[in-house]
Design a protein. Sequence first.
Length: 260
Amino acid sequence: MIFLSKIATVFLLPPGCLILALLLLVIYIPRRYKIFPVFILLLFYTMSIQPVSDFLLKPLENAYPPLKDDVMSEWPQAIIILGGGTVQGSPEAGTGKDVLSSEAMKRALYAFTLRDRFPVPLVFTGGKVFEYNQEPEAIAAHRLYESLGLPAERFIPEDKSRNTWENARETAKLVISSPDAGDYQIKKAILVTSAYHIKRGVYCFESNGISVIPAPTDYKCHRGRKYDFFSYMPSMGYLGKTSLALHEYIGLLYYVIAYR
């Protein structure tokens, strides 16, 4: 019964229902018109299954290993967290306030777990990509860290940047005041972002003069699980992961060309 309900769900919801409609179209239209629908059908199907999404996403996630235990606590001058979007006007935050998206929240919380291991400021970098009368992402992060009890002096917002390159560029401009180290600009940092995004993050920060040790989090691909029947069933989740991977590859190429 559970198996049948899962199959029904696959083909009643997108992308399964759209793939099924394309398949029926291919079956019933004249042969001379089939080439383009067949191409779209195969493309849509392959982008929606787990083996393909894993094939595209895992190389990005495996570009750098997880943060190692042997990193000296005195090495970084900051823990830098890259923003990942907000939910504007989320009701639980209160009128006119935004909250971090689930992806940004995972990055922020992982960085919070490193606060005792590395006694340095947490720099959350993220502003507003477009003006929709929303808050800068760093402001929403500030509220989160405040609710978690992070001391105010341990949090530094960077709220002007709109993409990863600007995250790095604007962070490199920050001047941090410390009672122990005096005023300094960040030259060495732990970099926290989603695993699929870490390669682009490292490229941007290294190119802007900040040496980083990657601390990837928010992994999307399952590991240690064998593919089964449902791995080859179309899924919006796998389609989203494929889209995420393609977006990242295009972003990497664009950054290398535009910011070299």
